[in-house]
Write a protein that binds this ligand. Structure first.
Ligand code: SF4
Length: 229
């Protein structure tokens, strides 16, 4: 499992994939990342401290992800990240959180005291597909509700059952309401959901121009940030 990488092409930054306590929701139908979660604070911190040693501060920007939300990182890990931010003069942090923690994001801002770009796994702005098929438990109706808390939605593209219209609306909404975004092309995993290759091919043809958008990152494979396995 690669847990440290440097993203060079857009929004240059270092990224770490840390270990964490179990995801609070843990029920999204497309997700098997939570296999990386652990109940052992000692194990989590031991692994994370090693990973965090890689950070050089090269770009003064750091992204921290885990298989869940940043609120599931133990305090020891959070304090270590804060030490590194100070020592390496990091000026901007990217963190990720589930919708259910939306009223707690300022806790992280107060703790780290540097600007934070908050990502959220929206997957789709289609309420029904998001909550009844992907079982995301993110029960908002309008993008403005998300924008009130978060800066950067992550979308999922290429799951059987999704439609072109849904994806067109998702991309349009992303570009209209948000300054940043990540689009994940679904990679088949141990979940029951299947990939729709025809939809993925169509997306690649129609939206290849997004490769030139500096604030939209497309992960054609889920390891494109250089972390994961
Ligand atoms: S919230 Fe994230 S980590 Fe948790 S089950 Fe859903 S996709 Fe997986």
């Amino acid at each position: 499992m690669d847990r440290y990488s440097i993203i060079q092409n857009k929004n240059q930054r270092e990224i770490v994939l840390l270990k964490s306590f179990p995801c609070i929701w843990n029920r999204c139908s497309f997700c098997d990342y939570t296999l990386d979660n652990s109940d052992s604070e000692e194990e989590i911190n031991r692994i994370n401290y090693e990973v965090l040693k890689n950070i050089t501060g090269k770009y003064r920007v750091l992204e921290v992800i885990n298989s869940g939300s940043c609120f599931e990182l133990p305090i020891g890990t959070l304090e270590k990240i804060r030490d590194i931010i100070r020592k390496k003069k990091i000026e901007k942090l990217f963190l990720e959180s589930h919708w259910c923690y939306r009223n707690r994001l300022d806790e992280m801002r107060d703790f780290f005291k540097i600007p934070i770009i908050f990502k959220i796994g929206v997957e789709t702005f289609d309420y029904n597909f998001r909550n009844n098929v992907l079982i995301k438990n993110a029960k908002f109706y309008r993008p403005e509700e998300v924008r009130e808390y978060f800066d950067s939605p992550c979308l999922m593209v290429g799951i059987k059952g999704q439609t072109k219209e849904m994806i067109e609306n998702d991309i349009e909404t992303l570009l209209k309401y948000f300054s940043y975004g990540t689009i994940n092309i679904f990679t088949p995993n141990s979940s029951k959901l299947e990939r729709d290759d025809e939809l993925v091919d169509w997306f690649k043809r129609k939206y290849s121009y997004l490769d030139d958008n500096p604030n939209i990152e497309i992960l054609y494979n889920n390891t494109d940030f250089g972390v994961g396995d």
